[in-house]
Write a protein that binds this ligand. Structure first.
Ligand code: GLV
Ligand code: MN
Ligand code: MN
Length: 410
C-alpha cells in the first residue's frame, strides 16, 4: 500500500486545537459567541492565521476578510480547497464551522509530517459570516468569493445592532489585499457537524452529503395601531401582534402541508412591547427551507398571500423583504462518490443524506465541484451551547477529508 493510503490524522491534536479555538468568545455552558466581524471572531481568525503560518502555508486574505492558507503543490495548478467558517450564532457551539477549518488544517499538518507532496496545491479557507445571524445574507464570504455579492454591497449591510459590515471590517482590521474569487480552485470539500439527529439515530459515523436544501429568509414589518388593551374593542383593533401570531401558526401549517418543507419564525420583536398596549408594530423573520426549488417558491408564495390576507382583514400594513435566497444544490456526483469511497475504504459506517443546514459548500458548488462530509451531532443539537460531536467521530470525518482531498490533489 502506498504510504499516503495508510495516512491518518492526529485526533488528539485536532481536539486540542478545537479547545484552543473555543476560547475565543467562550460563553457559559461550553458554547461560543462569535458573531461575524466582531472582536472575538477576529481573534479567532488571527488564531487560525497563526496556525496557518506555523504550518508554512501561504496566507491570502481578501477584501471581505476570507482567510486562505495554501500549501504548495508540485505544480502550479488550481487549489484543492477545504474549509468552513469560524463565526457563530450568538448562542453557538464550539463545533459548527470550527471542525471544518481545523479539520482541514489537521489534514495539512498530517501531510507535512509525513512529507507527502501533492500535485495540486491544497488549501484551507475560513469564510467570513457564514451564519448571517448578525448581518444578512448568510454565507456572505463565499457569496462574495463567488461574485454573487459585491464587496461594496456586502459592506453596506446593516446588522441587528445597527452597525454596518464595512464599519466592522475597518474597525477590526478584517480586509486583506487579495481580490475575492481570484484564487483558482479545483474543487471544495467541507467537513461539518450534521447539526441534526439523522446520523445518530441511524448509528452511522459519516454522512455523505449529496446536496443542501434551499434557503429563503423573509422579513416582515407589520404596522398596525397602538391602543389601550382594556378600552379598545377587539373588532376595532389593528393589532400587529395578532397578525404576527397568525403568521407563526401558518409557518407550522406550511411545514406540515408542503412536502419536505421547514418554516421557522426565529425572531419576533413587538413594539412598544408592553403588557397593556396593543402592538403597533411587529417585526418577524421567516426561515423557509426545502430541497425542491419549486416547493420552496410555492411555500414562499403561499406565506406571502396568507400574511397579506390576514393583515388586510386586520387593517395592518405589510412590508416584506427577501433577505436571503439561496437555491437548493445537488453536489457533483463524482465528488460525492469520492467521499463515499473514502468512508468505505477507511471502514467507517456511512449513509448518503441531504443537509438541512446551509453551508458555504452550497455556494462554492457554483464555483467548482463541491462536496460535504458530515459527522454526528449528539441529540441533533446545534446553534446551541450544548452542541457536541464525539472526538472519534470528528477524527473519522477528518480522515475522510484527508483521503478525499488526496484523491483530487494527485
Ligand atoms: C446556517 O447555519 C444556517 O443553516 O442557517
Ligand atoms: Mn456551519
Ligand atoms: Mn451554523
Amino acid at each position: 500500500m502506498p504510504t499516503s493510503k495508510r495516512l491518518r490524522i492526529n485526533g488528539p491534536r485536532l481536539q486540542r486545537n478545537l479547545e484552543d479555538l473555543a476560547r475565543f468568545g467562550a460563553i457559559a455552558g461550553g458554547g461560543v459567541c462569535r458573531p461575524a466581524f466582531g472582536r472575538a471572531d477576529k481573534e479567532a481568525r488571527d488564531f487560525l492565521e497563526d496556525r496557518m503560518r506555523a504550518l508554512g502555508l501561504a496566507i491570502h486574505i481578501d477584501s471581505i476578510g476570507n482567510l486562505f492558507g495554501i500549501r504548495n503543490g508540485r505544480e502550479s495548478k488550481p487549489v484543492v480547497l477545504c474549509g468552513s467558517h469560524a463565526d457563530t450564532v450568538g448562542t453557538g457551539g464550539r463545533f459548527d464551522g470550527s471542525v471544518g477549518v481545523l479539520g482541514g488544517l489537521e489534514v495539512l499538518e498530517t501531510l507535512n509530517e509525513a512529507g507527502v507532496a501533492t500535485r495540486h496545491p491544497l488549501g484551507v479557507v475560513s469564510f467570513v459570516n457564514e451564519e448571517g445571524a448578525r448581518f444578512t445574507p448568510d454565507m456572505m464570504g463565499s457569496l462574495v468569493f463567488r461574485g454573487d455579492l459585491s464587496v461594496e454591497a456586502a459592506r453596506r449591510m446593516v446588522g441587528i445592532d445597527g452597525t454596518t459590515v464595512g464599519g466592522n471590517i475597518d474597525e477590526n482590521c478584517y480586509a486583506g489585499p487579495s481580490t475575492p474569487g481570484e484564487l483558482p480552485v479545483r474543487c471544495y470539500v467541507e467537513l461539518h457537524i450534521e447539526q441534526g439527529p439523522v446520523l445518530e439515530r441511524d448509528n452511522r459515523t459519516i454522512g455523505v452529503v449529496e446536496g443542501v436544501q434551499g434557503i429563503k429568509w423573509i422579513s416582515f414589518t407589520l404596522r398596525g395601531a397602538t391602543a389601550h388593551a382594556g378600552a379598545m374593542p377587539i373588532h376595532l383593533r389593528h393589532d400587529a401582534a395578532y397578525v404576527a401570531g397568525a403568521t407563526i401558526q401558518y409557518a407550522r401549517q406550511l411545514s406540515l402541508q408542503v412536502d419536505g418543507q421547514r418554516a421557522t419564525v426565529g425572531s419576533l420583536v413587538l413594539s412598544p412591547n408592553l403588557v397593556n398596549v396593543v402592538a403597533e408594530e411587529a417585526r418577524l423573520t421567516v426561515d423557509l427551507r426545502n430541497a425542491d426549488p419549486g416547493r420552496l417558491s410555492a411555500a414562499e408564495e403561499r406565506l406571502s398571500l396568507f400574511v397579506n390576507d390576514i393583515a388586510g382583514t386586520e387593517g395592518v400594513r405589510v412590508e416584506r423583504e427577501v433577505r436571503v435566497d439561496v437555491a437548493p444544490v445537488m453536489f457533483d456526483p463524482s465528488m460525492v462518490d469520492a467521499v463515499e469511497n473514502a468512508a468505505k475504504t477507511l471502514g467507517y459506517s456511512y449513509m448518503r443524506m441531504i443537509s438541512g443546514a446551509g453551508h458555504d459548500a452550497q455556494v462554492m458548488a457554483g464555483v467548482c465541484p463541491a462536496a460535504m462530509i458530515f459527522v454526528p451531532s449528539r441529540g441533533g443539537i446545534s446553534h446551541n451551547v450544548a452542541e457536541y460531536s464525539a472526538p472519534e467521530h470528528i477524527e473519522a470525518g477528518a480522515n475522510v477529508l484527508l483521503h478525499t482531498l488526496l484523491r483530487f490533489a494527485d
